[in-house]
Design a protein around this ligand. Structure first.
Ligand code: NI
Length: 176
């Protein structure tokens, strides 16, 4: 089982590098990440969340496991506010606005072109995991006042200093 990095760990704030080697090591890592995600449990897990600065994530929203490498969001529509959690901010739920519909393109575990799309939870998962690959967390999607309150709440639970330090949210860097 892999250790899930939590809020304050700098690895969560770094932009992931593209996956270039579609080899056995990647397959093993994907298997371990899926196992870690199911155990958590969660519906998605991005590589930076287990300390790996590579641009891919695993997911299962109930229709079976999948993986997408080097994803880009190519289409969105609508907007939807709903409670959302993150395995890297355990115990917290925030109302986050996400597109209702998302199309993401990337490559699969073999390096072949792959496209994922969906509405509702699928759209939310895609937006959330791709945010992770850009060093963004769900609290970055909150309005300023909400974000301030969220940070205060989170700080009361997580300890900063030592292993990690609090890195302020970056404004105006919406990648989706
Ligand atoms: Ni997350």
């Amino acid at each position: 089982m892999l250790r899930i990095r939590t809020f304050g760990d700098p690895v969560l704030r770094q932009a992931a590098r593209p996956v270039t080697d579609f080899d056995d090591a990647l397959e093993r890592l994907v298997d371990e990440m899926l196992e870690t995600m199911y155990d958590a449990p969660g519906v998605g897990l991005a590589a930076p969340q287990v300390g790996i600065e590579k641009a891919f994530f695993v997911y299962d929203i109930g229709d079976g496991p999948g993986v997408l490498c080097n994803p880009q969001i190519v289409e969105t529509s609508g907007a939807h506010r709903r409670e959302e959690g993150c395995l890297s901010v355990p115990g917290f739920w925030f109302e986050v606005e996400r597109p209702e519909w998302v199309v993401a393109r990337g490559v699969d575990i073999k390096g072949d072109p792959s496209e994922l799309s969906g509405e509702g939870l699928m759209a939310r998962m895609l937006a959330h995991e791709i945010d992770h690959l850009n060093g963004e967390l769900l609290i970055d999607r909150l309005e300023k006042a909400e974000r301030k309150a969220a940070l205060k709440e989170i700080r009361q639970v997580f300890e900063f200093g030592g292993g990690g330090s609090l890195i302020p949210p970056r404004h105006g860097e919406r990648k989706a």
